[in-house]
Design a protein around this ligand. Structure first.
Ligand code: SF4
Length: 477
């Protein structure tokens, strides 16, 4: 069983450990770069991709600004089509609702499709405590369930595992042959899962989108396991974060095009299922369909007009693949379910800033996440907003390291920036001092603290030999 609770406060120790793990570094580097490049190639082929992003953003804004109305419309439509709707304000209520459905259905074994909300509410632990066996059917999630780990990525949960890791795990836990062939590994998982699909009385899924106009749940995937989990068992439960709504069925095309390309670089994922109510006479499918609408901190984000934008997220994972910090420290360092730039935004909102105050600081603010986000969330801006909230809330509002030194340096910097002569003089002295250490424009080692801490991990760029103002003057002449 995977670890529980929020451990975002341990981000520094976890990151250090991750940086020293060569195996993890290689797995992260190759997987994130591959996804990043796939996305680039995919969007190049779409004329007007920028317009599509604008449209996606506009639609999400429309929903989030009018969420109460759209939620009511969605709830009406779910019930009109024979589904049952449940509201959950927090993780406890959401788990209780699912357990009650399972109890009424007499389900002792449950098959689960990939759902980040279920990770968020720790549904597997609730099932375990109630004596119910829940089996993950997404290949990545299945691997993690065997390993007792949390997802390391929103879209590719087992991104940190190599083929060899998976082969060893299957051999140890499923007593299968040791093979490195992806096809054989998939067959081993498939065999274990088929038996569960046949027996399970209840299937649990998430939702990529929930259409207010029709009460439909939309799930996309490449493996076919979601289709089986939502249709083979007698009862289907969909866990849906309240921000997953989109206004109209016609809007779905915008999001399907944005999501697949941004997440995996595909034009469309292999399977797109649109589920509207339980099966009707003469149809195959579940006899009961339940939708659990989960708040769990989302309303808190909604209450802050600035942070509302974080709820536009369609969980494509593109910002993780682009983020230089995520690429090095991986998902587990963030200490909760959501990782990377979007994790640093939504975790403090969902679990409270007190529990995750380090996360907004775990960013270089380079803006790579904003560049790739399909709905153009201004992630760096929101991170800065959270940083200032964290500072305001802190008992002694100070940066974590060398507060006096850092604040003095900042004051000095602000003072010099307002006086050109002081700025020029400071730059001249710094350039002169750096010339003793610089080699080909880089400084490999500063002997003294605090700059020695910087060069312990990476080189420091030396100031250019000629200041910009001197070059500018020359150019103008
Ligand atoms: S913030 Fe944007 S890029 Fe990151 S997961 Fe969400 S939609 Fe994708």
């Amino acid at each position: 069983m995977s670890e529980t609770g929020v451990q975002s406060g341990e981000i520094h120790e976890r990151s250090r450990k991750a940086l020293g793990d060569a195996h993890l570094q290689e797995a992260l580097r190759s997987s994130t770069l591959r996804l990043y490049e796939h996305r680039l190639n995919a969007i190049r082929e779409v004329p007007g991709f920028e317009r599509l992003r604008e449209r996606g953003r506009e639609l999400k804004r429309e929903v989030i600004e009018n969420l109460d109305g759209y939620l009511a419309q969605f709830a009406d439509q779910v019930e009109r089509h024979g589904g049952r709707l449940h509201w959950a304000t927090d993780a406890k209520e959401a788990c209780a609702a699912v357990l009650e459905i399972a109890r009424q259905a007499g389900a002792r074994e449950i098959v689960k499709a990939k759902t980040m909300v279920s990770e968020e509410i720790e549904l597997n632990h609730a099932f375990e405590a109630a004596g119910i066996r829940a089996v993950e059917s997404d290949l990545g999630e299945f691997i993690l369930q065997l390993a007792g780990e949390r997802p390391g990525h929103i879209v590719a949960p087992a991104i940190h595992k190599t083929r060899q890791d998976v082969a060893n795990l299957f051999q140890a836990k499923l007593h299968s042959e040791l093979t490195l062939e992806p096809e054989r590994l998939t067959l081993i998982a498939r065999k274990a899962l088929r038996e569960v699909f046949e027996r399970a009385m209840m299937g649990v899924s998430g939702a990529n989108f929930a259409v207010a106009e029709t009460g439909s749940i939309v799930v996309i995937e490449n493996e076919g396991n979601i289709r089986l989990s939502t249709t083979a068992p007698r009862v289907h439960v969909a866990l849906v974060g309240i921000e997953k709504l989109i206004p109209r069925f016609a809007d779905l095309g915008v999001f399907l095009r944005l999501l697949a390309r941004s997440a995996t670089g595909q034009k469309l994922t292999s399977y797109t299922s649109i589920l509207t109510g339980p099966c009707r006479p003469g149809e195959d499918g579940p006899e009961e369909m339940h939708v659990v609408l989960v708040d769990n901190g989302r309303v808190r984000a909604l209450a802050d007009p600035k942070m509302r934008e974080a709820l536009y997220c369609i969980r494509c994972g593109a910002c993780l693949n682009a983020c230089p910090v995520y690429r090095k420290i991986g998902g587990h360092s963030y200490g909760w379910v959501y990782s990377g730039p979007i994790g640093a935004l939504v975790t403090p909102e969902f679990v409270g800033l007190d529990q995750a105050r380090e996360l907004p600081f775990a960013s270089s603010l380079c803006g790579a996440c904003r560049e790739v986000c399909p709905v153009k969330i201004n992630i760096p801006d929101l991170l800065l907003h959270l940083r200032s909230q964290a500072q305001e809330k802190a008992e002694t509002p100070q940066p974590p390291d060398s507060p006096v030194r850092e604040r003095t340096a900042m004051r000095l910097w602000a003072w010099a920036m307002k006086r050109p002569w002081a700025y020029s003089l400071g730059a001249w002295v710094t350039r002169w001092a750096m010339s003793f250490y610089a080699r080909q424009g880089w400084i490999a080692r500063f002997p003294k603290f605090p700059l020695s801490r910087w060069t312990a991990g990476r080189d420091f760029p030396a100031l250019a030999p000629k200041p910009f103002r001197a070059r500018w003057k020359k150019m103008r002449r």
